[in-house]
Design a binder for this molecule. Structure first.
Ligand code: AGP
Length: 609
């Protein structure tokens, strides 16, 4: 989704801004722009397409200045074009914006009546004109900014510069994340810490409805009433290298192969004396979940699939009734909340608009407490939840979530064990058995990655295919859904996941010899049932790709290809069987020649509804 970078320094800022934009590319965008101030005038350059095009243009014509703002735009109002790209300028003000101004049409009519005219179709241009119009009623740009925001309905992360005061950078946030980076004699703004890692690791997180005035020497943050707010400085544990591709061709590939390490990182310090330490979840004590009677999990996309797996684990290991729901649905439903209910959100970014809105709703409902499973320290979800379990997957750049998903699964399993222990719902034997399995996970993950070459070869057979089905049963059903989501989002092959037992209730009509069917079939209690479902598909001519345990008695034939995977404990199967599906999606995307790390129309962090 859109990215913002802003800088004020005693050196030329255009390089900092462009490097920041490059580091935000992973979020997804369709055009980019930059605006600096030098010699009492704006240098404003906008381009469609990649940041590289903008960089080339800046190198050609120059964009000097000690203050500036820049933006990558993911079109909402108006097509991707130069005119609609940010920054938008009104007289001596220039603005970049993430989010959506819902009442922009009404405001636009008022401004047209007051004599303003517009070059773009965007809500952002309306907002910069609105701020400008408020200057008549106020004594400063900061006041005009506040007055304008009071008229706005919707969500925003904003960075504003004023030609008449090139010593101040302004920022505001409501619903769209924005951080301030602190340098020495220079300060920055961005929508994501990753953008600023080459220049600082010290950050201030703007909260909802806060507005900031930033100079080279000072950062002042105000609330809606104009009262100055004391802000905490948070040091990031990421470094600039966290977003290098290393020897890999794509970030996604690197992130898939990083999983033995990322899973190890999720575990580090969490198992102490054969017990999952309470410190695994920030803020809890021995009794936090003792009375928990109901768990509601809410998330989107891949994180939702992690929640679906967790439901099996929570109910089996803790005995607590668990519901899992897509955030965009939950937030508009009148859910019945029993006593002693725990609200769990899952999110890689911690900024997903629907998940955040669901958490805010849960706080109004009668949930006893809220817990986020999140990969980003300092994110909105983390700041607004009672407790947090950090997934510790490290920065994930590829739009398709891979290592964050397996880290979410592992984190949810740790949480299930903590709750089970507090509720005394699990036998000592079972608990120990799972702890032993967890210790083996990183090495097993490495073993699973050795199917890489076989999957690369097998992917060739998907070339030219337009549809694909993924089947799984029980806890592997959400993994089939995740396999299908991965394939469709990056290879653009239409793929659907089904619970294998559901196939004969409709989707089996789609099966013919042009339809590849991927079956996730580890050795578990539902294996025999799954085999019967597979026979129904085989009888209708489907091409079968079956991911099984290497001990399984299954022969390759004209219709069936087996991918034999290492034996592993049943509890770890959802985590480990995800890996070959990620590889399949990756290689199909490479063969189809898509933009693997930034697939079309997608954004890494979905900060609008
Ligand atoms: C995953 O591959 C997707 N790109 C997407 O479904 C993602 O999981 C979803 O948007 C939720 O994001 P979050 O985990 O940051 O909340």
């Amino acid at each position: 989704m859109c990215g913002i970078v802003g800088a004020i320094a005693q050196r030329n800022v255009s390089e900092i801004l462009l490097e920041g934009l490059s580091r935000l590319e992973y979020r997804g965008y369709d055009s980019a722009g930059i605006c600096t101030i030098a010699g009492n005038k704006f240098s404003c350059i906008k381009t469609t397409g990649k940041v590289k095009v903008l960089k080339d243009e800046v190198n050609l014509v120059g964009c000097p200045g000690l203050i500036g703002i820049a933006h990558t735009r993911w079109a909402t109002h108006g097509v991707p074009s130069k005119e609609n790209a940010h920054p938008h300028i009104c007289d001596h003000l220039a603005l970049v914006h993430n989010g959506i101004i819902e009442n922009f049409q009404e405001l636009k009519q008022e401004l047209i009546a007051a004599g303003y005219s517009f070059k773009s179709q965007t809500d952002t241009e309306v907002l910069v004109c609105l701020i400008h119009s408020m200057l008549k009623k106020s004594s400063s740009v900061l006041d005009a900014f506040k007055l304008a925001l009071a008229r706005v309905k919707g969500s925003y992360g904003l960075a504003l510069v004023d030609l008449n005061d090139p010593d101040t950078l302004y920022a505001a946030r409501s619903g769209s994340p924005l951080i301030i980076g602190l340098g020495i004699g220079e300060n920055f703004i961005a929508s994501d810490t990753l953008a600023l890692l080459p220049v600082t690791r010290r950050f201030i997180y703007l909260e909802e409805n806060e507005i900031a005035a930033i100079t080279t020497r000072a950062v002042r943050v105000f609330d809606l009433n104009g009262c100055e707010v004391d802000k905490k400085i948070i040091e990031s544990d990421l470094d600039a290298e966290s977003i290098s591709k290393g020897e890999y061709r794509h970030y996604m590939q690197k992130e898939i192969f990083e999983q033995p390490t990322s899973l190890q990182n999720t575990l580090i310090g969490r198992i102490i004396d054969d017990k999952i330490s309470n410190e695994t979840v920030v803020g809890i004590d021995d009794n936090t979940f003792k009375d928990t009677n109901f768990i509601q999990i809410v998330a989107c996309g891949t994180s939702y699939h992690a929640g679906m797996v967790a439901r099996y684990w929570f109910e089996e290991l803790t005995g607590v009734a668990t519901n899992v729901e897509i955030a965009s649905e939950y937030r508009y439903r009148k859910a019945v909340v029993p006593d002693n209910a725990l609200f769990v959100t899952i999110s890689q970014s911690g900024e997903t608009a629907d998940t955040l809105a669901s958490l805010r709703l849960a706080k109004e409902q009668k949930f006893k407490n809220s817990l986020s499973i999140c990969n980003v320290n300092g994110s909105s979800l983390v700041r607004e939840s009672d407790y947090t379990l950090f997934t510790k997957a490290g920065a994930e750049i590829g739009v398709a979530s891979t290592k964050a998903f397996t880290a979410q699964l592992l984190s949810l399993l740790l949480l299930a064990l903590i709750i089970a222990k507090q509720k005394q719902a699990i036998t000592e034997e079972k608990y120990k058995e799972i702890i032993t399995s967890l210790r083996a996970l990183p090495a097993l993950c490495q073993d699973f990655l050795s199917c890489d070459k076989q999957i690369a070869a097998l992917s060739e057979q998907f070339s030219g295919k337009h549809h694909c089905l993924f089947l799984g049963r029980g806890v592997m059903y959400p993994i089939a859904l995740e396999g299908a989501l991965k394939l469709k989002e990056i290879s653009y092959i239409h793929a659907e996941g089904y619970a294998a037992g559901e196939l004969k209730h409709g989707p089996i009509a789609l099966i013919d010899n042009e339809m590849p069917v991927v079956v996730v079939a580890p050795d578990n209690a539902l294996m025999d049932k799954l085999v019967s479902n597979v026979e129904e598909v085989r009888a209708r001519g489907a091409q079968l790709y079956i991911f099984v345990d290497n001990k399984a008695q299954l022969k390759n034939d004209k219709q069936t290809q087996k991918v034999a995977l290492p034996s592993c404990p049943e509890i770890l199967q959802p985590i480990l069987y995800t890996i070959p599906l990620q590889l399949l999606a990756y290689y199909c995307a490479v063969i189809n020649g898509t933009d693997v790390d930034q697939p079309r129309n997608l954004a890494k962090s979905v900060t609008v509804e």
